[in-house]
Write a protein that binds this ligand. Structure first.
Ligand code: NAD
Length: 355
């Protein structure tokens, strides 16, 4: 990998390689863009197969955070950190050493919990720095607000397609009935939608069947059921060359991260099939809105009000996609970049790239 070329191409402002001997620590903090505000992004701890793989992950995910925040109209930038370590070797010393690196950035980067870190680990990191979120879940966790954001996104998509927000009688297939999926089922049920659901856990499908009158199908069947909307709320990479031809829904709107197997190829496949795809990082921004509000002092009413940004942004993305004959994924990226450029101009901030 040509480091500077890659970083310049992806538009990162700063990439920090944090290392130390006692304790032995290797971490990468990628700050993609701070035009809209301090870079925000959770920290994951993984035994990456190579340092290059770790760097790629940090670069890709931090850029994703920039776009997510810009589309959600939240005044934060995009960042991400990776600690290269085996979870078995996670110690308080390691976490505190990492916390000192975060603290050295003096608020340019604010982090939280991702893969292989627990709320308890975040608390340990917070012994060295205040620039962490999620130490105490003042909001009761992000899942309910994420689900409500997805629900509003579904309403925006239905309005765009059918010129009505009404969901009564609309058939929705929900894949994954975890923290977000179950909440989403409740909101859809209360609004009169008919649910078809799948999960690998029969306990979860039985509960949603009992509570919301859902029809349960096998996990593999969920792609091909005859529905209006498909809501992926389980795994990434599920929209691919094998599944897309089977999908009958005309709208895809769910919370799962990285739904598209290959962004370019599969977003085009969806468009060619006439399926309205709600870009995942736009529709699932409720979690980010939640942590942002925890950071500034949690106010439920304010946080829920900001969720309307998801609805409005999606309508704008759909209209752009249609007018310019581009995928909704590309339209979202365009919109995010425009918002960032506008903020940069306002600040008169040079687009400096430094490592
Ligand atoms: P979760 O782990 O609580 O739920 C996932 C559910 O999917 C589980 O019930 C699991 O049994 C089910 N599942 C796994 N494999 C499946 C398969 N093959 N078919 C059907 N179901 C399957 O996770 P969650 O917090 O509800 O998040 C769901 C997705 O949304 C994840 O991709 C997550 O990264 C993303 N997301 C979550 C939030 C949040 O606030 N929790 C925010 C943004 C994005």
């Amino acid at each position: 990998m040509n480091l500077f070329e890659t970083v310049t191409e992806m538009g990162h402002e700063q990439v920090l390689f944090c290392h130390g001997k006692d304790p032995d620590i290797k971490a990468i903090i990628a700050i993609h863009d701070t035009s809209l505000g301090p870079a925000m992004g959770a920290t994951r701890l993984l035994p990456y197969i190579s340092e290059e793989a770790a760097l790629k992950d940090a670069l890709r995910l931090s850029r994703g955070m920039t776009y997510k925040a810009a589309c959600a109209n939240i005044p934060v930038g995009g960042g991400k950190a990776v600690i290269i370590a085996d979870p078995a070797n996670k110690t308080d010393d390691l976490l505190r050493a990492y916390g000192r690196f975060v603290n050295n950035l003096q608020g340019r980067f604010i982090t939280g919990q991702d893969v292989n870190l627990t709320p308890e680990d975040v608390r340990t990191i917070s012994q060295e720095t205040n620039y962490v979120v999620g130490v105490e879940e003042k909001s009761g966790g992000p899942a309910p607000i994420t689900a409500r954001g997805v629900f509003l996104g579904i309403k925006a998509a239905v309005e765009f397609k059918n010129q009505t927000q009404r969901l009564d009688g609309v058939r929705v297939a929900v894949q994954g009935l975890g923290n977000v999926g179950k909440h989403l089922c409740q909101l859809l049920h209360e609004d009169g939608a008919q649910l078809l659901v799948a999960d690998v856990s029969s306990e979860k499908t039985e509960e949603v069947k009992r509570l919301f009158g859902a029809t349960v199908v096998e996990p593999e069947e969920i792609y091909s059921v005859n529905v209006d909307i498909f809501a992926p709320c389980a795994l990434g990479g599920i929209l691919n060359s094998e599944t897309i031809p089977r999908i009958q829904a005309e709208i895809i709107a769910g919370c799962a991260n990285n739904q598209l197997g290959q962004e370019q190829i599969h977003s085009h496949m969806l468009r060619e099939k006439g399926i309205l795809y709600c870009p995942d990082y736009v529709i699932n921004a409720g979690g980010l809105i939640n942590v942002y509000n925890e950071m500034i002092g949690y106010n439920e009413e304010k946080a829920f009000k900001q969720l309307n940004n998801i609805y409005n942004t999606l309508l704008e993305i759909f209209a752009r996609g249609e007018q310019q004959e581009i995928t909704t994924n590309f339209a979202a990226q365009q919109l995010a970049e425009e918002r960032i450029m506008k903020a940069r101009k306002l600040k008169n901030q040079p687009i400096a790239v430094s490592c």
